[in-house]
Design a binder for this molecule. Structure first.
Ligand code: KG4
Ligand code: ZN
Length: 492
């Protein structure tokens, strides 16, 4: 059975005459009085984000450990649970309407990733199923709350792996159904962009955002909430995928994912030693391509004669968990000779320089385009897993300074996939009245959800269409922006 197409936050409430937040809170009042009698629980500051746990890797950020000291507003009453399972991290967080992070928990599948060199959907689904209940419960416990204290549940519904998204959506609907809570379906990439508005309160629309992760490379102009222009995207691989493959081929420890391993090794290397060419130089647009750079890296590794033959030896002589620790095609870095290590560091540094140069060039042009559309743009947001990289940040900082803009990067723990960004995006949309009513408490377990594995964020900027763009549009959902626009037009 397919759920009604209302399963997501386009079920707009009548256009508010009061502030959107007051209206939505008003319209929820009967719900809350009946089911959530204690919305304004006193939360001690010690409950925010700082407790660690041995089961799950929990990101910490002292910037958020103290509640904001200011007069309480209606937003303070709002308490939203955010659930994220679109790829290989199972994450949950609880955030107040005023942006105070009450808890955040991330359970990573890095060991699986290291073992298989990528995300295998069925195994990732299994891993999410194993931990989802614990992750959500831990988020509630850390916030010293129960499900009945929540005002709403936000969950990623796309883009991502269908099997994985389903685990989070089922959990979110189970909680929302049993506690009669509204539910907000969240776009994963919108969440990566909007979390910057939680960490940087000055950040107003319009702004430009570069969203760089394992599966996506996006340049967008965020004109308003739900109004995004896609200035550029990748025609093949995302930059995070290139980091991950390079790390794998260089035999690095993948347990923290490839990106951080390359960043660390690159510090030892000479970034000019291996000549890689910058992708898409001849295309004067804002699109990206990393497949060619990946091939260049692969060829460089082969030509430098890094001990690929040792793979066979390695498999025979390394401990049984060897494939967990590194790629099984190259001898692990920890066992490499100092000369071999230097060669790998040079390749890592040279790869990183060119991979980031490609980002810099595209950002320069995107800023130029964005200023033509919206001259009041003042910020470039850089978010997504790769944005936790210090080299990426410092290079892009120079690009924005040249253009008299300001760079906004969320702290690394909010750049990689997390529940906070989902909860916060839920809050932003909830305050605009964009949410769905509570699902039925007795929803059957085998229900088919309307998920959006391939779901663009914005409409393509006409001038930015590249001939090189892949035309893979099969089973692509209409963009979030077009759906919001359509729904706004249907309003009386
Ligand atoms: O946003 P994210 O957590 O998940 C996706 O939505 O894909 O991004 C994960 C990607 C991985 O490719 C990982 O290698 C990369 O972000 N990443 C990094 C760094 N930390 C994570 N890449 C470069 N440098 C880093 N420090
Ligand atoms: Zn992501």
């Amino acid at each position: 059975m397919a759920l009604s197409s209302r399963f997501w936050r386009l079920n707009l409430f009548p256009k508010p005459s009061l502030s959107p937040l007051q209206t939505t809170l008003k319209s929820l009042k009967p719900l809350r009085q009946k089911l959530c009698p204690i919305l304004s629980l006193p939360i001690s500051s010690s409950s925010s984000l700082n407790s660690s746990n041995s089961l799950f890797s929990t990101s910490k950020n002292s910037a958020f450990s103290e509640p904001h000291s200011r007069t309480p507003s209606p937003q303070d009453d709002l308490i939203v649970l955010g659930i994220e399972t679109s790829c290989d991290d199972t994450a949950a967080a609880i955030v107040r309407g005023n942006g105070e992070i009450l808890s955040q928990v991330v359970s990573s599948q890095a060991d699986l990733l290291a073992q298989y060199g990528g995300v295998a959907p069925k195994m990732a689904e299994e891993a999410h199923l194993q931990v989802i209940d614990k992750v959500v419960q831990e988020a509630l416990d850390k916030a010293k709350l129960t499900e009945t204290n929540l005002s709403a549940v936000a969950v990623t519904i796309g883009p991502g792996l269908g099997l994985c998204l389903r685990v989070g959506v089922r959990k979110a609907r189970e909680i929302a159904g049993s506690c009669n809570l509204p539910i907000i379906g969240v776009h994963h990439m919108e969440a990566h962009a909007l979390v910057a508005r939680l960490t940087e309160r000055e950040l107003q629309f319009p702004f430009v955002a570069l969203l760089i992760s394992g599966g996506h490379n996006l340049l967008i102009l965020a004109r308003d909430l739900g109004q995004y222009v896609q200035l550029g995207t990748t025609i093949d691989d995302a930059v995070g995928e290139a980091y991950d493959k390079t790390a794998k081929w260089l035999g690095l420890d993948l347990r923290r994912s490839g990106g951080p391993a390359i960043e660390e090794l690159a510090r030892e290397g000479d970034a000019k030693s291996v000549k890689f060419s910058t992708p898409m130089k001849q295309h004067k647009d804002c699109n990206f391509s990393y497949a060619g750079l990946k091939t260049q890296v692969r060829l460089a590794i082969e030509s430098k004669n890094i001990d690929l033959w040792s793979a066979i030896l390695a498999i025979n002589f390394y401990p049984p968990n060897f494939p967990m620790l590194c790629s099984n095609t190259t001898i692990p870095l920890s066992s490499a000779s100092s000369e071999d290590r230097r060669i790998r560091a040079d390749i890592a540094a040279s790869f990183q320089r060119v991979a980031v140069l490609h980002l810099e060039e595209r950002c320069e042009r995107a800023i130029e385009w964005a200023l033509k559309i919206e001259p009041s743009v003042k910020h470039l947001v850089v978010s997504g897993g790769v944005a936790s990289n210090q080299y990426v940040r410092s290079r892009l900082d120079q690009v924005v300074k040249k253009n008299s803009l300001q760079l906004v990067c969320p702290p690394p723990c909010l750049c990689t996939d997390n529940g906070v960004m989902v909860a916060w995006t839920g809050i932003e949309n909830f305050c605009m009245g964009r949410f769905d009513p509570p699902p039925p408490a007795d929803e059957p377990e085998d229900i088919v959800y309307e998920l959006r594995p391939r779901w663009p964020l914005g409409e393509e900027y006409a001038e930015g269409r590249s001939e090189a763009r892949s035309m893979r549009t099969a089973r692509m959902h209409p963009s979030l922006t077009s759906m919001i626009q359509e729904s706004l037009q249907q309003q009386p």
